[in-house]
Design a protein around this ligand. Structure first.
Ligand code: HEM
Length: 322
């Protein structure tokens, strides 16, 4: 028995060490900053809360920023890097032009650099800020593992891999599936659209010349179609809230989609398609289930292609590679 135990210990050590040598060990940890920067969580939470008290609409932007970061090059803060004369960065892509909240991350980083220089990565700040924004807006609080390193690449062309609002349910399932998410996780993550707005430019294709047989997208409720048209009367940049409580994290988004009042085609398709309709109905009926599944899916999203060790760095300034 003792021999067996020794063999087991050696086998496990071998697996762990070879994984470490090949950079395959997942080094994210809940207590990653406990020794080097125990105030990290507090500084980020206070900074986020201070900004959101002044402008609650920033909660939506911080959640979206984390999504756009993780889906391109993994959760490595590549979305924060500024363009230079030789490189147009992700943030200048059309898909990212309406992202806001960079100043929240900068403020948190400045304070963290004062308290514990060179320790807390911008990628972790983005992930924690999104978490704190969800909670500030009335959503669930969830612990996230930390230790993401910041990436050194940020290129506009990579953002082609962000999902388009013109995708239908099966295309969304495939897009998220390629990154390891189930259809259910895709639907629950779309529930982030309980916060914030879309601009007319993102949904006007539904309102005229929709397809060969329809002028207007037939999945839109008639009355809501008029609302969208009215919004677009003010131009491409005019904002339409996703649901009636744009700054509250709740399950109203799913109720809106049930009423055929989803703003984006990619929202309404979740109800139009039999593959995902049941999930929309469940989350519209059961907010607690939405909260639970959302937090699990966000933790999973926060692990996407994370850079560890020498694959990345801790940036001094979130906008510039060291
Ligand atoms: C399922 C595929 C998705 C598509 C096609 C999509 C597309 C979009 C589009 C087009 C907008 C409006 C942009 C604008 O007009 O300015 C938007 C806004 C937003 N998205 Fe998504 N999104 C998706 C999934 C997600 C996910 C997974 C999250 C976060 C977990 C998210 C969070 C948000 C938030 C919070 C906003 C509002 C931003 C604000 O008001 O500043 N989205 N999304």
């Amino acid at each position: 028995m003792a021999k067996y135990d020794m063999f087991t210990v050696m086998f496990v050590m071998n697996v762990v060490l070879s994984g470490w040598m090949h950079g395959a060990v997942d080094s994210l940890r809940m207590d990653y900053y406990i020794l080097a920067c125990p105030v990290a969580d507090l500084i980020i939470k206070n900074t986020v809360n201070r900004h959101l008290q002044k402008d609650p609409t920033l909660a939506a932007s911080l959640v979206r920023m984390h999504f756009h970061d993780c889906f391109i090059q993994g959760c490595d803060a590549s979305v924060l890097i500024d363009s230079t004369k030789d490189n147009t960065a992700e943030k200048d892509s059309p898909a990212n032009l309406s992202l806001r909240g960079y100043e929240v991350i900068d403020d948190a980083k400045d304070e963290l650099e004062r308290q514990c220089p060179g320790v807390v990565s911008c990628a972790d700040i983005v992930a924690m800020a999104a978490r704190d924004a969800v909670f500030f807006a009335g959503g669930p609080y969830y612990e996230i593992p930390k230790g993401r390193k910041d990436g050194r690449r940020s290129r506009i062309e990579d953002t082609i891999n962000l999902p388009f609002p013109t995708l239908n349910s099966s295309e969304l399932i495939a897009t998220f599936g390629r990154r390891g998410f189930t259809a259910q996780e895709m639907v629950v993550l779309s529930g982030a659209h309980t916060l914030g707005v879309a601009r007319c430019a993102s949904f006007k294709h539904r309102l005229s010349n929709f397809d060969d047989t329809h002028d207007v997208d037939p999945t839109i409720d008639n009355q809501f179609g008029k609302t969208l048209l009215k919004t677009c009367g003010a131009g491409d940049a005019a904002e339409q809230p996703f649901d009636s409580t744009r700054n509250s994290f709740d399950n109203d988004y799913f109720s809106a989609v049930q009423r055929r009042s989803g703003v984006l085609f990619s929202d309404q398709t979740l109800y139009a398609s039999a593959a995902t309709r049941g999930m929309v109905n469940n989350y519209a009926m059961n907010q607690a289930m939405f909260f639970l599944h959302f937090q699990q899916a966000m933790v999973k999203m926060g692990r996407l292609d994370v850079k560890e060790g020498s694959q990345g760095e801790v940036r001094q300034n979130c906008r510039v590679v060291n």
